[in-house]
Design a binder for this molecule. Sequence first.
Ligand SMILES: [Fe+2]
Ligand SMILES: [Fe+2]
Length: 150
Amino acid sequence: MDKKRYAHSLRVEETAVSLAKHYGVDQKKTRLAALLHDLGRVLDHTLSHSVLSAKMAREQFGVKDKEVLSAITKHTLGGKNMSLLEKIIYIADHAEPKRSHPEAAQIRALAYLDLDAAVCEAAGAAIKHLINTKQKIHTLTVETRNTYLK
Ligand SMILES: [Fe+2]
Ligand SMILES: [Fe+2]
């Protein structure tokens, strides 16, 4: 993994572990999911790198924990019925301190008050960015936003 991606993974770890402490989520699982979430980026720069990351975590790092693998798989697009760990990894990836979009700081703060609202805001920020940069929006991102919109 290149330096930039490694540094990002460490920031995701720090952000996620802090949220895990707040919500009483297993810190070891959180660390594992955060550190390995972008493994697949080495080979795949598309949205499916998250699926590849989970496969590599399983095959190369011997990670068997389904909750950890699922949090890695869902870190880019989210989904319906997300577990606490999945939400934490999703938010940490989308709003770690060096994320440049203007909503990142607000999303991190919101995450301590309302995890679902933070997931919704993170998906919304991703959608805005995709529109502004004229990129396609994956339907799962829309579904994630709609699911957690109150
Ligand atoms: Fe990623
Ligand atoms: Fe990431």
